[in-house]
Design a protein around this ligand. Structure first.
Ligand code: CA
Length: 215
């Protein structure tokens, strides 16, 4: 996520707390830097303070939305009037939090935004090909489309959503096949995907599990 906040003490506190929760956090302490980062890196969530030097938080958000940046946005503000809230939502904020706020409340709201951020991906890259979420198909680099069954799709979607993560077999079984009794179900479906799409679509990490491959 990207945190755009000029209060250095708050930046310290928030970035430490968020990293402790497992988020990867970039920080900008003025609006211009925030704009530059948000336009050049793919964030799931941006947290923007309303009162910022160089470029006001509202203006920053309006510019991001105008440039089709779809990251979920949480606006922080010292002002809590109804009009202020409406301004923030009109500018394209998904949520709004009035300072001073409780860290637990911020965490809960960020968790909700991150869940919604997952829905943002309508295609997921697989090397030079991609997974089409709406159609449940893989598009090969040569343009050929391969339709997937529900379970094949879910397995590949998890791998493609976190392409740099090595997923263990037990973790994939829990997430993708919670009702399955066969201990080898993950291997079976990896085999199906490789047969149907290409051997290279799933990469085996010896002794650990699987990670997304490349097409
Ligand atoms: Ca401020």
């Amino acid at each position: 996520m990207l945190l755009v906040e000029d209060d250095r003490e708050l930046v310290e506190l928030l970035s430490r707390a968020l990293r402790d929760e497992g988020y990867s956090v970039d920080v900008a302490t003025d609006g211009h830097r925030g704009l530059h980062l948000a336009l050049t890196r793919p964030y799931d969530v941006v947290v923007i303070d309303r009162g910022l030097p160089a470029l006001d938080g509202l203006e920053l958000l309006v510019r991001l939305r105008a440039r089709a940046v779809r990251a979920r946005a949480l606006m922080l503000t010292a002002l809590g009037t109804v009009h202020d809230r409406i301004d923030g939502l009109d500018a394209g904020a998904d949520d709004y939090l009035v300072k001073p706020f409780d860290l637990d409340e911020l965490s809960a709201r960020l968790r909700a935004l991150c869940r919604r951020a997952l829905e943002l991906h309508d295609v997921l890259r697989i090397g030079s090909g991609h997974l089409d979420i709406a159609q449940r198909e893989v598009a090969l680099p040569d343009g050929e489309r391969v339709p997937l069954t529900a379970r094949e799709f879910t397995l590949l979607r998890v791998l493609a959503t976190y392409p740099d993560t090595v997923h263990t077999r037990p973790a994939l079984r829990r997430v993708v096949f919670p009702d399955a009794s066969s201990p080898s179900i993950v291997d079976t479906y990896v085999y199906y995907l490789r047969t149907k799409i290409d051997r290279s679509v799933v990469h085996t990490v010896q002794g650990l599990g699987y990670r997304l491959g490349a097409l």
